[in-house]
Design a protein around this ligand. Structure first.
Ligand code: TGC
Ligand code: FAD
Length: 392
């Protein structure tokens, strides 16, 4: 036997993190282990999210954590990323709830809303007194959101919204939705609207039968002549660029989040391989098992360095959407491969919830698809590298 070296020591980034960043990471890591993990298997088996824990999540300061003011924690973007990493070490569904609340609901209100809208919604969203969702995707408009059919038309003191949004994280439990619609009175310009559940003409049916993100509520938003007061349009929004800029915020958090899921898979199979005996030896002694561990460790180190580098760029205000595409695509693709290999390395027990690996593996199928599929980010990167768009 020779000495084991922990992956964190090989990664060796502790000296690159401030005390505040380490505190944010360690606080969330402890909370996930002590408070969230014990709830997870039942939530996953039942296909429900434990809503009773929302006030505690809010207490941790993670909703809209990188927004300044309005009762938000005002963390820097590296701390925010580390928070996402620790949430997803628990479950991608929990990270999704927090990503959507912060990056897809609070961010557009902060970036495109009036001061009255910010004061009205942001503190309550930060405290978890309101839960939000983001309605961009439609049954006939997924990768190509510019082809959306939902419309808004001005009628007296309201905009009237009609349409269906599909695959919406948190819609079944949300109090308020940021809905994107084409304004027929403005040459079909895409604008954002703040739609409250009790406006009338709103329903949010659940999507049933999910094998992935089971501990996360996913639904639709049906808008049937829903009258939204004029005050509830996001005045600063206009064009497809507005929702896409929200996606850039959320994709950044996902790029960090999946490091948590991948690391949990790696640690699980490392521990398992050292304990599990076959052919009179720990299975971790076999070269093929070690090859997988070496590949996983290398990927996790690359993912972490990429996230940290881009986090520092974001904090300096110079991170571009194409760099975020690179982060989302590389880190999610790597995490998906790690989870799939880890599942096989656990043998038969790996298909049960005795270990977290298969749950991560199934969750990462959604993460691979949402927020721009792997293929869409491939083409966005290809467009940037060549100057030729595959979408036109
Ligand atoms: P394109 O011509 O490229 O762009 C239109 C305008 O938008 C600008 N832009 C961006 N701005 C900020 N961030 C980005 N990532 C941006 N990408 C583009 C662009 O500069 C342009 O601006 P301007 O001033 O010239 O008008 O638009 P396109 O129609 O060719 O589409 C490009 C494409 C395919 C990359 C885009 O449509 C896309 O990203 N599609 C994927 C859709 C998607 O990601 N949907 C996600 C829905 S939300 C979700 O999944 C939540 S899951 C949440 C969870 O549970 O965690
Ligand atoms: P499609 O766009 O129909 O794609 C199907 C396949 O075709 C994919 O493999 C895709 O990569 C490929 N494809 C499409 N176009 C091209 C092309 N030009 N070149 C090559 N391949 C292509 N949306 C929201 O608005 N809000 C949410 O909160 C939200 N939460 C979600 C939660 C979950 C669990 C899931 C699964 C999805 C969620 N989504 C949400 C929707 C998500 O963003 C879409 O599923 C995603 O953008 C893909 O759209 P689609 O499912 O219609 O697939």
């Amino acid at each position: 036997m020779s000495a084991q070296i922990p992956l964190d020591n090989i990664l060796a980034i502790e000296h690159l993190l401030s005390d505040d960043e380490k505190l944010a990471r360690d606080t969330l890591r402890d909370w996930i282990r002590e408070r969230y993990r014990p709830l997870l298997n039942e939530a996953h088996r039942n296909g429900t999210f434990p809503v009773e824990i929302i006030p505690e999540i809010a207490e941790l300061g993670v909703f809209g954590a990188n927004i300044e003011g309005y009762d938000c924690a005002g963390m820097n973007n590296v701390s925010y990323g580390l928070v996402m990493q620790e949430l997803e070490r628990g479950d991608s569904g929990l990270r999704s709830l927090v990503s959507v609340q912060g990056a897809l609901v609070m961010y557009p209100i902060f970036a495109f809303g009036s001061e009255e809208q910010r004061q009205k919604y942001l503190p309550k969203l930060a405290r978890g007194e309101l839960i939000g969702c983001f309605g961009l995707t439609e049954p006939m408009a997924g990768s190509d959101p510019g082809s959306m059919r939902t419309t808004g038309r001005k009628d007296g003191d309201a905009y009237v919204l009609d349409g269906v949004k599909a695959w919406i994280t948190s819609s079944p439990i949300a109090d308020v939705a940021v809905v994107w619609a084409k304004c027929v009175d403005e040459d079909n310009k895409i604008r954002g609207f703040l739609v409250e559940r009790d406006f009338g003409g709103v329903s949010t049916p659940d999507i049933e039968g999910k094998f992935s993100l089971r501990a996360s509520p996913t639904g639709e938003i049906h808008l049937n002549e829903c009258r939204v007061p004029l005050d509830n349009i996001l005045e600063g929004s206009g064009g497809l660029k507005s929702p896409l800029s929200c996606l850039t915020q959320a994709r950044y958090g996902i790029g960090w989040g999946v490091i948590g899921a991948a690391t949990d898979c790696y640690q699980t199979v490392l521990d398992y391989g050292l304990e599990r005996i076959q052919f009179d030896q720990p299975i971790a002694s076999f070269q093929l098992y070690q090859n997988n561990l070496a590949e996983m460790a290398t990927k996790i180190i690359n993912m972490s360095l990429l996230a940290l580098h881009y986090g520092r760029l974001k904090d300096s205000g110079s991170l571009s959407p194409i760099q975020v595409s690179m982060l989302k695509r590389y880190n999610v693709g790597s995490a998906r491969k790690i989870a799939s290999d880890a599942r096989a390395m656990l043998g038969g027990i790996g298909i049960t919830d005795a270990y977290s690996v298969m749950r991560h593996m199934m969750n990462l199928e959604s993460v691979y698809t949402y927020e721009g599929t792997h293929e869409i980010h491939t083409l966005a990167i290809g467009r940037a590298l060549t100057g030729i768009s595959a979408f036109d």
